[in-house]
Write a new protein. Structure first.
Length: 530
């Protein structure tokens, strides 16, 4: 029995709940956003239970497989000490929240796998525009975000309204999964470079990146379905006041060109589902995909009206591009569909040395750039590109993670750890490489890291499915400290299936309070110690 009300402490994007049990404090971590924090480090630095000695033993394995109604592209979220007010088992629970492409949100007991609540928010959109790299259904595609202080879960639902695809932003009560205020229709308009007005059209826009809660606002990025839609499909970033769901007065459109050579616009924000990031000032970061070319390797890029293949730093009110980085080969990237924006931007915590605030982002060609967040580097025609560090990680439909003085990359089929040095200048040194995680889809996968401060850092990874059937995805655990140059494998085990092999599995393993959660097709797998 809990002998006192749980207390919550915010630690640099990490939320820890304390409860007194038998006179002793116990720590329960909440994972409320994509990749654990707004920097998107993927690092749980307060994991006290999962250690090298027990994860690498028969004590660790699959404990529960929870049935769901559809494919899951969103990352699960975890909250301890939730008072559930409905369903068959009301009362206090540690809860894992899972959102599916069937537009269902489930509150599941994080310890025993019981489904406590399930709420559905309308029919999903089947095969949008005939694009097969999503569903077959597209419903809740981007990872929701939770505001613990206000007991609210924000999510965007894609549904058919009078036969037309529409997006709605919802704010749900954590305890009963009902709307705390009327949901808001997602809409927007922006002025193009010829003075005409361009309107957001939900039929052609895919809400794939994880949602961001920062600076009192909720933000969402939008891309395309299979690069289809012509002039209608462009990259947007929209925002809403988190208290009222009122749209922000400003928004951002990556491609504001009125015309293009092939009526192919895009400059999408998709990042393989990686979340929009934010710094301590509330500025928003993301990476954009490909746009039109004019032939011969030239491009419609101008860094103002069209910002493709770029890392973008945007003001919190979405009105001002504060800084960009665009590789000098933007034309060939566009022409070859070699999106820089296939991966997300991870902000590194403050470092010592001249470059205190930096970020890391890689794309399809496998170049991971580390950039100075104070000045991302701009665009230099013909080069050389202005960056802090550059390494090759393998084709990346992926996103990096971080733990103390290390970047964890996951391009190709291997985890690689890179030691971050800041003296005499910023540099990355390859430290360890894992065995292949396999998978039969595009290169790359997603990781997270658990440790107890500096002790026993474990890198968790989920493979993309083997191909063909049975399309199993596999959970891996690797030692974060290499033996020689090898990251030893502590554990590997089946974690579900992904029958839709035409659409990448972008599954992120979530580690909290001694358990690991992996969402897949119609299933949540819960791993832990016996």
């Amino acid at each position: 029995m809990l002998s006192s009300t749980p207390r919550r402490l915010m630690l640099a994007g990490l939320t820890v709940a304390f409860a007194v049990v038998g006179g002793c404090k116990t720590r329960r971590e909440a994972v409320t956003t994509y990749h654990y924090d707004n920097l998107r480090t993927g690092w749980n630095r307060h994991e006290e239970k999962l250690k090298y000695k027990n994860v690498g033993s028969p004590k660790f394995g699959l404990r529960h497989a929870v049935a769901l109604d559809d494919q899951v592209d969103a990352q699960p979220l975890v909250v301890p000490h939730v008072r559930i007010t409905g369903g068959p088992k009301p009362g206090e629970h540690e809860v894992v929240y899972v959102a599916t492409e069937g537009n269902t949100v489930s509150a599941i007991d994080a310890i025993n796998g019981d489904v406590l609540l399930a709420a559905n928010f309308g029919n999903p959109v089947p095969l949008p525009l005939g694009c097969g790299n999503n569903g077959p259904n597209v419903g809740i595609n981007g990872t929701p975000v939770i505001d613990l202080e206000n007991h609210t879960l924000y999510l965007i639902v894609y549904t058919l309204t009078a036969g037309a695809p529409t997006y709605y932003l919802h704010a749900l009560d954590l305890g009963n999964l009902t709307d705390k205020m009327p949901p808001v229709l997602v809409s927007g308009s922006h002025t193009l470079n010829n003075g005409s007005t361009f309107h957001f059209n939900a039929t052609y826009q895919r809400q794939r990146p994880g949602l961001l809660l920062a600076h009192g606002n909720v933000y969402a990025g939008f891309g395309s379905f299979c690069d289809w839609g012509g002039t209608n499909s462009r990259g947007w970033v929209l925002g809403w006041n988190s208290s009222t769901l009122a749209p922000l007065p400003g928004n951002h459109l990556n491609d504001a060109m009125a015309t293009s050579p092939d009526s192919f616009f895009l400059s999408s924000v998709w990042m393989s589902g990686f979340g929009l990031a934010a710094d301590q000032h509330g500025d928003v970061y993301f990476v954009t995909g490909n746009s039109d070319t004019t032939g011969g390797g030239t491009t419609t890029y101008d860094g103002v009206n069209n910002i493709q293949e770029s890392v973008v730093k945007l003001s919190s009110d979405l009105t001002t591009v504060l800084s960009i980085f665009t590789p000098s080969n933007v034309g060939p990237l566009d022409q070859g569909d070699v999106d820089y924006g296939s991966g997300g931007a991870m902000l590194l915590p403050e470092q010592e040395g001249a470059v205190k605030y930096s970020l890391a982002a890689a794309g399809k060609d496998g170049r991971l750039f580390v950039l100075d967040r104070g000045n991302l580097g701009g665009y230099t025609a013909g080069g050389p590109d202005k960056y802090v560090a550059l390494v090759q990680i393998g084709d990346c439909w992926c996103g990096p993670s971080y733990f103390r003085h290390h970047i964890v990359s996951s391009g190709g089929s291997n985890v690689i750890t890179w030691k971050v040095s800041t003296s005499p200048s910023f540099s990355l040194t390859k430290e360890g490489t894992s065995a292949s995680v396999g998978g039969g889809q595009d290169g790359g996968f997603f990781t997270s890291v658990s440790s107890d401060e500096d002790d026993d850092p474990i890198i968790w990874a989920v493979s993309r499915p083997d191909n063909p059937s049975p399309a199993t995805i596999t959970l891996y655990a690797f030692k974060g400290r290499p033996t020689g140059t090898a990251l030893a494998t502590l554990f590997s085990g089946a974690a579900g299936t992904w029958p839709n092999t035409g659409g990448n599995s972008n599954t992120v393993p979530v580690v909290a309070n001694g358990r690991v959660y992996v969402a897949s097709n119609k299933q949540l797998s819960i791993f832990g110690l016996n």
